[in-house]
Design a protein around this ligand. Structure first.
Ligand SMILES: *Cc1c(COP(=O)(O)O)cnc(C)c1O
Length: 389
């Protein structure tokens, strides 16, 4: 059987090196051997976050880190500014409510990026906002938000800056320290190209000052416990971590170090550009405002006369390429191509080629090769600064 090519925004394809790392024997999670692996993994994690802060790994999916971020900061009645332009922005708001915070919502039309001026306006109007939540890469709409510019706005206010980089870290530029991010979270199964099940979080001193003063209403995700265990001579996690996933994260991060973060980000930019050029050449429309388009996932309107079932079903069953559908009200109207993690020109070319065939089979007017040649052009020397992709 062919392996299905995952062109979805997580989980992404995991390299055989990482899969193999997971097959190593399980060790005592409270031993020097594991302590070293944990330390090494945390350090590489901080490098990818581009921060001097400590990072912590949490056994759980990306949402666990999102909840850890807010659960350690919110006490009943605290006001949180939630910037919501898609499914994951909504999730931060729901977590705010779960922890009995009061959400102040900045609604951004799905498909557009948040406007830093709007953030400033709300922070000036509303008193006592304790934290601002922002999703860097809104995976549901294919939008990359201006986290650097919003970070500049937040420098003038006391509110903590909490950023979800689950679908961007390791694929787009996330400079935790330089962008003024106080708490940053990510997950294993997207651009980091590790299996699902691990999350990571990093907090600076501003954030720890708030966490130390907050009576948190979370037990498993109490970050003070992660800090305490991490500070032991032989670092540990408070509870049993997934040892195998820690091996996987360690290996996946090593591969990122080998590629180089900058080269990796460029590779993602190139893949996004190629995908966008390919689908546009086919006459398809992007869902998101192109200026705000993501480096890691592209959302595309399903053309008239085509159904989601036929489109993605053909891609999956005939060509063995898995694409993602739309979420919530975009279901049936939009499909998404994930180009994150271990994605090169090979995967983009195959995906665009199969997309042409799938659409043509259902009567969409297209000359085969139109999209593919646009992808090829994008990767030609002159249009592309990468030596390897
Ligand atoms: C995938 C994702 C998450 C986390 O989802 P999990 O299923 O919990 O890993 C959070 N935010 C964004 C932007 C995501 O893309």
């Amino acid at each position: 059987m062919y392996e299905t090519l995952l062109m979805i925004p997580g989980p992404t394809r995991v390299s055989s090196r990482v899969l193999k790392a997971m097959s190593k024997s399980i060790v005592n999670h409270r031993s020097a051997v594991f302590g070293e692996i944990l330390n090494d993994t945390n350090e590489m994690m901080s490098e990818v976050f581009q921060t001097e802060n400590q990072s912590y790994l949490i056994t759980g999916s990306g949402t666990a880190a999102m909840e850890a971020a807010l659960g350690n900061v919110i006490e009943k009645g605290d006001k949180i500014l939630n910037i919501v332009g898609g499914k994951f922005g909504e999730r931060f708001m729901q977590i705010t409510e779960t922890h009995q915070g009061i959400p102040v919502e900045l609604t951004v039309e799905w498909g557009n990026a948040a406007n830093p001026d709007d953030v400033r306006y709300i922070l000036e109007e509303e008193e006592d906002i304790k934290a601002v939540t922002m999703v860097h890469n809104e995976t549901s709409t294919g939008v990359a938000n201006p986290i650097e510019e919003i970070g500049k706005v937040l420098k003038d206010f006391d509110a903590l800056y909490v950023v979800d980089t689950v679908s961007s870290l390791g694929g787009d530029d996330v400079q935790v320290d330089n962008f003024g991010i106080d708490i940053c979270v990510t997950g294993s199964q997207k651009c980091l190209a590790a299996p699902p099940g691990m999350a990571a979080i990093t907090l600076n001193n501003n954030a720890w000052n708030v966490v130390d003063k907050t009576k948190s209403k979370t037990y498993y995700l109490d970050l003070k416990k992660y800090r305490k265990s991490g500070e032991k001579t032989v670092p540990e996690t408070p509870y049993t971590p997934s040892v195998s996933l820690m091996y996987a994260m360690n290996e996946a991060l090593k591969m990122i170090m080998e590629e180089g973060l900058e080269a990796r980000i460029k590779r993602h930019e190139q893949a996004a550009k190629a995908t966008i050029n390919g689908v546009k050449a086919m006459g398809l429309e992007l869902f998101a405002n192109e200026e705000a388009s993501s480096a890691t996932v592209t959302a595309i309107n399903i053309p008239e006369g085509m159904t989601d079932k036929n489109l993605r079903g053909t891609m999956r069953n005939k060509y063995r390429i898995e694409l993602a559908g739309g979420q919530d009200h975009l279901k049936g109207n939009v499909f998404r191509i994930g180009h994150m993690g271990n994605i090169t020109h090979r995967e983009i070319i195959s995906t665009i080629a199969a997309l042409e065939m799938s659409l043509k089979e259902y009567g969409y007017e297209i000359e085969l090769g139109t999209g593919v040649s646009a992808v090829q052009e994008t990767y030609m020397p002159g249009n592309n600064t990468l030596e390897f992709f």
